[in-house]
Design a protein around this ligand. Sequence first.
Ligand SMILES: *[C@@H]1O[C@H](CO)[C@@H](O)[C@H](O)[C@H]1NC(C)=O
Ligand SMILES: *[C@@H]1O[C@H](CO)[C@@H](O)[C@H](O)[C@H]1NC(C)=O
Ligand SMILES: *[C@@H]1O[C@H](CO)[C@@H](O)[C@H](O)[C@H]1NC(C)=O
Length: 233
Amino acid sequence: MKFASIVAIAAPASAYLITGSTVNWRTGPGTSYAIKKTYTEGQDVTITCQMPGSNGYVTAECPLCSAPKSNQATVDLIAEFEGFVPNIYLDPVGKPTVGYGHLCSDSNCSEVSAKYPIPLSQANGKKLLAEDMARFEKCITNLSGSKVTLNLNQYGALVSWSYNVGCSLNGAEGSTLMSRLNNSESAATVLPQELPKWKYAGGVVLPGLVRRREAEIALARTATTAKAIPRSC
Ligand SMILES: *[C@@H]1O[C@H](CO)[C@@H](O)[C@H](O)[C@H]1NC(C)=O
Ligand SMILES: *[C@@H]1O[C@H](CO)[C@@H](O)[C@H](O)[C@H]1NC(C)=O
Ligand SMILES: *[C@@H]1O[C@H](CO)[C@@H](O)[C@H](O)[C@H]1NC(C)=O
């Protein structure tokens, strides 16, 4: 038998006796993943949880390792620069927007009004902001290769930046900033050099963008022991 994908992490929860002749611990759920260790019959292993897609469960499925949540300083920074507008308005490039800079998918913001009444209350506006930020938390987490290290304030600065410039090839994904981080340059060096470049809208320097980038750099420079990337799970 060479099928089991066993992932043993953190504190062991239950002991499991190997009954097959060979059980492989692999780096992922499937035989195409590398073998980390091979167990033989009679060995006792402890399994905390099993990855989704495991072939046969002996214990609980592991919770998915989601993108780190931004800290309050990051939420406050984005809320301050987006500003709160309870009714639908057109942003500087004519796109329908509501709340804390939520870009709507149609002119009535129907995806918002299906959930929260418009005009938005400030409390619902903040819920919407948190939901929107989750997309950019995922974006930054996704674009960070294995060599990237970010504390929670540096991560928050990048979440604010990608919330503003987008995650596409024109934004975070295609950026020199993310590729320098991927190439092992430190966030402390890269962020103050690269963030200020993102100050244009339609070829013109916008003072609001200059100030936002300065606030993001200030956040990134604020010392913290809270880690974000790499994730702890
Ligand atoms: C927006 O709402 C108006 C009034 O209810 C409706 O006539 C229009 O078709 C809606 N537009 C979109 C894009 O859903
Ligand atoms: C993150 O990466 C996964 C796998 O490559 C992809 O399916 C997903 O769409 C990405 N998400 C974002 C927000 O970029
Ligand atoms: C950084 O590396 C990750 C993982 O290899 C990759 O998914 C991502 O696209 C890279 N990002 C950039 C901007 O090069």
